[in-house]
Design a protein around this ligand. Sequence first.
Ligand SMILES: [Zn+2]
Ligand SMILES: [Zn+2]
Length: 931
Amino acid sequence: MHLIIAEKNIAANRIAHIMSGKEKVSAKKEGGVNVYSFGDRTSIGLRGHVVEVDFVEGYTNWRSQERPPRSLIDAGTVKRPTEPAIVKLIQKIAKKANRVTIATDYDTEGELIGKEAYELVRAVNSKVPVDRARFSAITAEEITRAFSETTEIDFDLAAAGEARQVVDLIWGASLTRFISLAAKRGGVNILSVGRVQSPTLAMIVDREREIDSFIPEPYWEISLTTEKDGQQIVARHAEGRFTEKKAAEAAYKGTKEPLVITEVKEGKRADRAPTPFDTTQFIVAAARIGYSAANAMRVAEELYMNGFISYPRTDNTIYPPSLNLESILKTLEKTKFAPDVEWVRKNKRAKPTEGKKSSTDHPPIHPTGVATEAELGENWKLYELVVRRFLATLSPDAEWATMRIAMDATGQNYIATGSRLTTPGWRTVYPYSDAKDSILPVVKKGEKLKILDLNLEEKQTQPPPRYSQSKLIQVMEELGLGTKSTRHEVIQKLISRKYIEGNPLRPTLVGKAVTESLEAHASTITRPDMTQKLEQAMEAIKIRDKSRDGVIDDSRKMLHQVFDELEPNEAVIGQEIMDQTDEELTLGPCPVCGNDLRIRRKGGSQFIGCNGYPDCTFNISLPGTMWGSAVRTKNVCEIHKLFHVSLIAKGSRPWEMGCPLCQLIEQQKEHYAKMPSMTEQMQQTLLDCKIFSLYEVSRMEPEVFAKKTGINKKLADKLIQEANEVLNFIRKRSECKKFMKQYVPPKRGRSHTKVMNGFSDSGINFIEDVALASVDTLKKTGLSDEEAETLKTEAIALVAKNQLKDIGVSTVSLKRYQESGFLTPEDILLAHPAYLSLKAGISIDTVTKHVSLIAEALGRPEPEKISKKALEAGKNELTGLHGVGDTTLENLYKAGIYDKKTLAAADAAKAAMLSGLSKDHVKKLQAASGI
Ligand SMILES: [Zn+2]
Ligand SMILES: [Zn+2]
């Protein structure tokens, strides 16, 4: 059997369908993995890497004394399966295979993924021949060719990829750990550092500093408007920018009629057709139509996997001779671009355009398959872009007619320029860039015109612009940072780690703090040199100039030097970063005292507190950190001048909370609505007096409250009392919710809040309400029968428990009563003390005490009291009777019979019912008692 291993499932599927020809492909799932079989062949897709490089065991503890961050540099590494199901299946099939073909993507990463698959195969089958199919597009032609001329795995290329993996792991892990520990950051707040990531971040920080320190300088521009045959001409002063205001004013004043045409120059300008797409140029073009780098690459990959375009990771901008351009045009004739193809055929340039870079692995990105808009949906836009770019590279250059008019106004020279597209050329099929005409009227040398308008404008020099994603990718490429496959991922990582934000990109406070500290203490990490060196070493591995282990060792040495610089400065680095990021937690003025409010975290909880504490106790509570750590956002509340707060949790969208004070005030409105004496006007008075919460009201002294707000003491008393009642309500309701949470697991569409709100709608707010509610009422909120019943039973038990505690039953006894089935005060009161004592294992004296307390609390008559002595004597009497053992004794106690006397006095029928013994049995015992 011939096993084919592709990079992804979708590629495996397509390869199977291409290679099967007319044969049927049977698709099935094995252990959750798709398997495509046809004839003697089986095709399976990986999920990119199915194993990952990680440290050997023993390095997971960040705070280990024996293994500090530096120890990671020399720690051993192992490969661990990340997709065990796929690994298992490949090995199962490989055992039976007589040929294995690796058909992963054709580049360094793909070669490494292929080598990983090869190793999995070899582990279970040491003999099977393994070959490699290399292709640049998943089309019938390419796949057929690739499988008919398979080669060997390029272990050198894979080794280069492996070196990168290991180096990145070591750099990233050791430095991330070091910096995070130094700045006392953990969990979701760790500060990551990386080989490519940190120099890229440094570029963005650097640009921001340029912008911050930029001092704009004024300059002046003069323009005039004139007219010929009703057509306007706008001309600017030949001097361009005036840096001196005086000179500009003089030129402005000196500009007078007559305005004489001194020269008219006509010319032509060629507008070169664009060059074929490599990854970077593709990302740049996609950005112009609104795609982020990561999104553009994601879509391109999908298009490639489905056979619509060629492999999108390429540095090549020259079509190789082997690429059949004519057959691509033929393919495109079957699409809606047929008219464009026809135009290109008629106007085709002699030779397609060429960029500067040629590489042998992949051709430039080009279309490979027929697609329709309906079939591609959103992805159509990028397919169209690739198609049109391809057509443009075969099209003639465009041409512009240009015109330059020079004028003289009493010694002041002005110039007007115009241009007109005379030959649209490639622009016919590639309408993505603007081609605006600015047409000038026909004028003659010596002609005199009127000045209709004269303008002196003051302007300012502008700072350099921030990087857009596509611009950044271009600069990364120039500096040798990352590869065509990783650049967009690096940017995405910086965004998700909250180091950069916005579009164009700017650094966050944390991004800036980390970069500046690294620059100051170990600039190797933030400079591109080191990573460039590594990229060169990687190339050397590919051609066997260097070994994988040699490169990794060099990198280890370099990293040790970095740690030599870092370690002595650990405390300083930590302090620097903390000082700068401190700002991140400061929100603005406290509404009570004016000191700064700050987000404070402690364990799993966080809140907003005042820097004026303990003099000022103003605070706002926040949801626990399990909901995400609170940070400030860029927005500021106009009313309170406080930064908005959002909760950031790993893997989910930030939860925008808005202005925390506005939120607090809004919440209090809900609470105040429950207070009968609280009016809207009173609420305003409270805000005016800087009393922001119900809680504050509840804790006020009536006199102070009255004085502060100017109300009478009676109303103050009342308001405080009502506030306490509402608080009590809130507290008890939240207790009820907490209780409910223990027994009702959350489900989709049934959050605890939703269930609790449902309860409230039925008038259930406290645990006591749950105990009294019917199971049907509880079920209305989406609870199952079982859940409702459990909840009710547990509520009854809990209410009773609290009642008994209040009555004065000790915790130890309470537990015993409950364990033996006496849950409520009622249960205890109804049982006979002798039976209670026996079942619960509590001495009769204590039971008697409890029963008296309960009876008193419930206003019931006190039941009969039995002394310990009497009980023991009675027990001896009863067990002395024939056939009375422990069980019968317990049954008799149940019926209130604890000695011969009570036995004889009992009504046999009633005693039988209560004890569960037969009436005859009771009568027999009565007879035996001898009374
Ligand atoms: Zn304060
Ligand atoms: Zn506000």
